[in-house]
Design a protein around this ligand. Structure first.
Ligand code: AMP
Length: 465
């Protein structure tokens, strides 16, 4: 997963980009980069690691200009290396262009094969580079025409910001898988993945970039083109942004993430009640849902697990050895709270099951009498091909095991997942149509040109249901 930002017409564009990336660090910790444009000259800095470790004031000052774009990355397509860090910069027909991309294309391999047969040379393994090659081949008169022409050929999930000489462009795929919001700060415009980035810089939040919209920021103004809307595509916002990915203080897809997560917890308490003494979250991802659960169930809420905030998200470590170790170094139980108590522990999701299993054991070792695991989403059975980093279906515990078997694996006294209907407890009539929940259902809203075997498996599984 990734986070992106674009600034137009700000005297300290790179500084603003830096702050917005800092606020969006949760969207990717592997690499980061900023590219600025100053009177036709591009300046760039990219590095592996965290935003705060990658830039200092001298570095930011060297990124001169009133326009800039930036990126934080966790690799979903393409390996973890500096060549695959973004923004991605190219020169085509005398024009420099930079791109920062959040999302995954579902026909990138197919397009890449055709482009390579046609003589294209690729520098990275990122599917974002395919977009750049397609733009370079377009013959449209304006940059917006060429971007629109290229984006009509790609399929899947993309929220994008482009930088050209004095120009910033934001674009979102026709289904709006990933968030992208625009705001204003003085005479400047800002586009970012999440509103928490705009809050930090005190920008006024204007609106989301509409699915299928391209927004051009030029000469201090903004112009909108519904260039990718074909009338057929339905919205498919990623429900996992609500469950786990977005920051809880962000407002995305027209709603507050915190309120939604708390609602999931309330619904979970209705669906899976249990006699218990304490509700505790797995911090940070389980906190709002645990508050909702505790309030609905009338059970006291406590922070029974304390997180070391200086350790990265454990799942995001690249090898499973580090991940296993990470669970122990990341969380520590508060023994005096837990001893002799019946505990409900809330997390947002179970992926491979290793984190939850270690947490259950940790709570028992700390003296908990009973451990009841509650998950504020349905079982994750299918990989995501639209930008969330999920392992293969083989590694997803819920793809192979029943809830009963997972409970046994976790060694929990009970286990309850939020139902699929319960997940849409927030919806006004019919809104679930606007979300992608393929990770729970296998119903992929955009065909997977590059992974037909997975499509077949999903169809097979549905036939079996
Ligand atoms: P696991 O041990 O594989 O079951 O990991 C479950 C934990 O990973 C939960 O605490 C989730 O909050 C977290 N998680 C779920 N999905 C992701 C993701 N795509 N990236 C990072 N962490 C995740």
């Amino acid at each position: 997963m990734c986070g992106i930002v674009g600034i137009h017409n700000h005297p300290e564009a790179s500084n603003i980009a830096y702050l917005c990336l800092y606020a969006q660090q949760h969207r990717g910790q592997e690499s980061t980069g900023i590219v600025s444009s100053d009177k036709g000259i591009f300046h760039q800095h990219k590095a592996m690691g965290l935003v705060a470790d990658s830039f200092d004031s001298t570095r930011i000052k060297s990124l001169a200009g009133r326009n800039a774009i930036g990126h934080v990355r966790y690799s979903t397509a393409g390996s973890s290396s500096i060549e695959n860090s973004q923004p991605f910069v190219v020169s085509a027909r005398g024009e420099q262009l930079a791109l920062a991309h959040n999302g995954n294309l579902t026909n990138a391999l197919e397009l890449r094969k055709r482009l390579e047969e046609d003589g294209a040379i690729f520098q990275s393994t990122m599917d974002s580079e395919v977009i750049m090659h397609l733009i370079a081949r377009e013959r449209g008169k304006t940059l917006v025409d060429r971007i629109a022409g290229a984006l009509r050929k790609v399929e899947g999930a993309y929220s994008l910001v482009f930088l050209s000489d004095g120009v910033m462009i934001a674009a979102r795929d026709p289904r709006g898988f990933r968030p992208l919001v625009i705001g204003q700060i003085g005479d400047a415009y800002v586009a970012a993945s999440e509103t928490c980035a705009l809050d930090l810089i005190d920008a006024t939040i204007m609106r989301e970039v509409r699915p299928g919209e391209i927004v051009l920021f030029e000469q201090g103004g903004m112009r909108s083109y519904d260039a990718l809307v074909d009338g057929k595509n339905k919205k498919a916002h990623c429900i996992f942004e609500y469950i786990y990915f977005a920051r809880p203080d962000s407002h995305i897809f027209d709603r507050d993430v915190y309120t939604i997560r708390k609602g999931f917890g309330r619904q979970l308490a209705k669906e899976h009640p249990v006699d218990a003494d304490l509700v505790i979250p797995v911090p940070d991802s389980g906190v709002p849902a645990a508050i909702g659960y505790a309030q609905e169930a009338g059970i006291p809420f406590e922070m029974g697990l304390i997180r070391n905030h200086y350790v990265g998200r454990t799942f995001i470590e690249p090898t499973s050895e580090i991940r296993h170790f990470g669970v122990r170094i990341k969380l520590n139980p508060v023994k005096e709270l837990l001893a002799g108590k019946r505990i409900v522990v809330i997390d947002d999701s179970i992926v491979r099951g290793t984190t939850s299993m270690k947490i259950v054991k940790m709570l028992r070792r700390a003296g908990a009498k009973e451990v009841h695991m509650r998950i504020s989403s349905p079982p994750t059975c299918w990989p995501c091909f639209y930008g969330i980093d999920t392992p293969t279906r083989r590694e997803l515990i819920a793809a192979k095991q029943s809830v009963k078997e997972i409970r046994e694996f976790l060694t929990a006294d009970s286990l309850g997942y939020l139902s699929r209907d319960g997940l849409y407890c927030f919806e006004k009539k019919g809104e679930r149509e606007w979300f992608c929940d393929a990770c729970f259902t296998g119903e992929y809203p955009v065909d997977l040109v590059d992974s037909p075997d997975i499509m077949e498996q999903a169809m097979e599984a549905r036939r079996g249901c």
